[in-house]
Write a protein that binds this ligand. Structure first.
Ligand SMILES: Cc1cc2nc3c(=O)[nH]c(=O)nc-3n(C[C@H](O)[C@H](O)[C@H](O)COP(=O)(O)OP(=O)(O)OC[C@H]3O[C@@H](n4cnc5c(N)ncnc54)[C@H](O)[C@@H]3O)c2cc1C
Length: 390
């Protein structure tokens, strides 16, 4: 066999699996169709390393606890990439979630590892409001959560995998695979050449492309019923000291207004998407929706002319009837159902929990891989300061 583990996709999950597999001592290859890593969802997220306070509303306590644990590890292992920021949630007379509910949520968040919070009354200090309207304010809740640069984080995890011995081929598009009893034969295309190699196991970490990748594998695999849901962010001028966690007046969804480099990022939306994942683009109505949320809460009125940039990414969520907002965000790991699986497909997940997800995935593959001597423990492994090319 040429490799123990071959990973399709250099988003955060592919990078995380490569790091975990290389740390466990395996021979690892990553194939990425683009010339750079993190060109899919992993550069178009809200860039938060957080437990996800709002997931408490839909009872996803396990996910929140796991993400908060991972947040703590990232703050220790990658302080150059992940930083704590003050977050504030204003509650107005007209917002649906009342102060008692936000207080209860933050109390639970703290219990799960999120840290302390503070409740201010209807007349907080100016610096806490950063331009938010004061009229009809009932209370302001403040706590701490973390922000990262998602693309740089992905590059750093991939560089860490490389330092542990993983090989990474960029501009290499996976085309097909044949699964056998002892391993897989796969075909990929890099430049003008088509190549073939053998691997003991194949990890499909192709994000929104996962079911497209699955369709090229023999014997045929049953795809999971998932939906792609696009999320758009806009960048506008301004300077903020805090992240504001707002309730969209249109539908009660949570929208973040946050400092981002020298500007402000506002997001996100949830719009069902069909079609080629590479073709996802922000929609006009999503941009209008985000501007309307901002203008509802801030004194300063923004127009379309203020939008410096907009980008959209795709979530992979379990198919269902309800609104995307309340669908589970847990990662789904699906194998080819053998006693010793040769294929794992990863659906959904959170940037924050990539390391824990990769560990769980490697446990699923234990019976399919030879015993090797581990070379590192990813819980204690600092991420490189300067990924290559930066
Ligand atoms: C709008 C939005 C906001 C989010 N906000 C947050 C947040 O604030 N915090 C958080 O924790 N999580 C957040 N998430 C979730 C998180 O961003 C995603 O779960 C994560 O980035 C998915 O990473 P991935 O590696 O699975 O997929 P991707 O990053 O999409 O990577 C898949 C990779 O596979 C490659 N690929 C596909 N097909 C092939 C092929 N045939 N051959 C080779 N390569 C291939 C693609 O080019 C791509 O690089 C958000 C998601 C979205 C969409």
């Amino acid at each position: 066999m040429d490799y123990d583990v071959t990973v399709i996709g250099a988003g955060i999950h592919g990078a995380g699996v490569a790091q975990a597999a290389a740390a466990a001592g395996h021979r690892v290859l990553v194939l990425e169709q683009y010339e750079r890593p993190a060109r899919g969802s992993s550069s178009r997220s809200s860039k938060l390393i957080h437990g996800g306070l709002r997931y408490l509303e839909s009872g996803q306590f396990g996910l929140v606890r796991e993400c908060l644990r991972e947040r703590a590890l990232l703050l220790r292992n990658a302080p150059h990439l992940v930083r704590l920021l003050p977050f504030c949630i204003p509650v107005y007379r007209h917002t649906r979630r009342r102060p008692w509910k936000i207080g209860l949520g933050l109390w639970l968040y703290r219990l799960l590892g999120g840290g302390p919070f503070r409740r201010h009354g209807a007349d907080p200090a100016d610096e806490l409001l950063d331009g938010l309207r004061r009229e009809a304010l009932d209370a302001l809740f403040c706590y701490a959560d973390a922000q990262t640069d998602d693309a740089r984080l992905t590059e750093a995890v991939l560089a860490s995998a490389g330092e542990l011995g993983a090989e990474v081929r960029l501009g290499a598009r996976f085309e097909s695979a044949q699964l056998g009893q002892e391993g897989c034969t796969l075909v990929f295309r890099g430049g003008d050449a088509t190549s073939r190699l053998t691997t003991r196991v194949l990890v499909n970490a192709a994000g929104p492309w996962a079911n497209r990748v699955l369709a090229t594998i023999t014997p045929a695999q049953r795809p999971q019923p998932v939906e792609l849901v696009q999320g758009t962010h806009i960048r506008v001028p301004g300077r903020l000291q805090r992240v504001y966690y707002l309730e969209a007046p249109q539908d009660g969804r949570a929208v973040f207004v946050m400092p981002w480099r020298d500007a402000v990022l506002i997001g996100t939306t949830e719009t069902p998407y069909q079609g080629d994942p590479a073709a996802v683009r922000p929609l006009e109505r999503e941009i209008d929706y985000l501007l309307a949320v901002h203008n509802q809460y801030f004194e300063q009125r923004l127009t379309r002319d203020d939008v410096q940039d907009a980008f959209a990414g795709l979530r992979v969520l379990p198919a269902g009837d309800g609104h995307a907002f309340s669908r589970p965000r847990e990662t789904l790991l699906v194998t080819d159902r053998r006693r010793r699986p040769r294929l794992v497909t990863l659906y959904g997940g959170k940037l924050t929990a990539y390391r824990a997800t990769a560990e769980t995935l490697m446990r699923k593959l234990r019976a399919s891989l030879p015993r090797r001597r581990p070379v590192a423990d990813t819980r204690r492994l600092p991420l490189p300061q300067r990924p290559p090319g930066r």
